[in-house]
Design a protein around this ligand. Structure first.
Ligand code: MN
Length: 235
């Protein structure tokens, strides 16, 4: 009888321990879900991008019977981007799930950056992923701003890699004497690409908000700043 009571108490303690661990695991799991794309539920799921396909968290899968090896091949990066059309002498070629549907559910995407001499990719963020930049050609000065406002930046040479932590503001400029190319990888199938100047100045935020934020009291000054932002880089 005594043994039975002790066993019952011990069992209750064990259950309390298990419940505590389960709660900790749930919290950790919630944090992990926030940290990157959700884990896939199958080996692949080539996206059906047709407008009529139902939208979920990602895209529905193409009928597996119609999937071939070609679905996993992406050739858009064979050709350089046209740096003359962006207003900053640099061009981003994207390999997200929209251009490369085989990435659907796999938590990865790519960008090829082409730079003319002095070319710039303006400060921007990717809300859904971290990013690595690998210098294929040339020399690139690049960096990011940490959450506490510190600039971490370096001049990279061919073969070097830099990383931009998820959500941080970052930029690139070609500081070499010729063209530069980088190949970037991001741990989201669609990381988001938010260019700070364009979002801030070209998204119809009321002028009073922008003027106060910039310390400008003259609408003419604001208009001239807005007019000078290269529209290519989006809102
Ligand atoms: Mn980036």
């Amino acid at each position: 009888m005594t043994y039975s009571i002790r066993s019952s108490v011990g069992s209750r303690q064990a259950w309390q321990t298990i419940v505590a661990f389960v709660c900790m695991a749930l919290v950790a799991g919630a944090v992990m879900v926030q940290a990157a794309d959700p884990d896939p539920l199958q080996d692949f799921c080539v996206a059906d991008l047709s407008p009529s396909a139902p939208r979920v968290n990602g895209f529905p899968c193409k009928d597996r019977a119609n999937v071939t090896s070609k679905d996993f091949l992406f050739t858009d990066f064979r050709t350089a981007g046209n740096v003359s059309v962006t207003g900053t002498n640099a061009y981003p070629s994207f390999g997200t799930v929209f251009e490369y549907p085989a990435l659907n559910t796999l938590g990865i995407s790519h960008v090829r950056l082409d730079f003319g001499i002095g070319g710039v990719v303006p400060p921007h963020t990717h809300p859904l992923s971290s990013e690595t930049l690998f210098v294929v050609q040339g020399s690139i000065y690049t960096g990011f701003i940490s959450f506490d406002g510190v600039l971490y930046a370096e001049t990279l040479q061919q073969g070097d890699i830099y990383i931009f932590p998820r959500g941080t503001l970052h930029f690139q400029i070609n500081v070499g004497t010729g063209p530069a190319i980088s190949f970037n990888s991001l741990n989201s199938q669609y990381p988001g690409f938010l260019v700070a100047a364009n979002q801030f100045l070209l998204s119809n935020i009321p002028a009073a908000v922008l003027e106060a934020s910039l310390g400008i009291s003259n609408a003419t000054d604001l208009n001239s700043v807005e007019a000078s932002v290269p529209p290519f880089w989006g809102k």
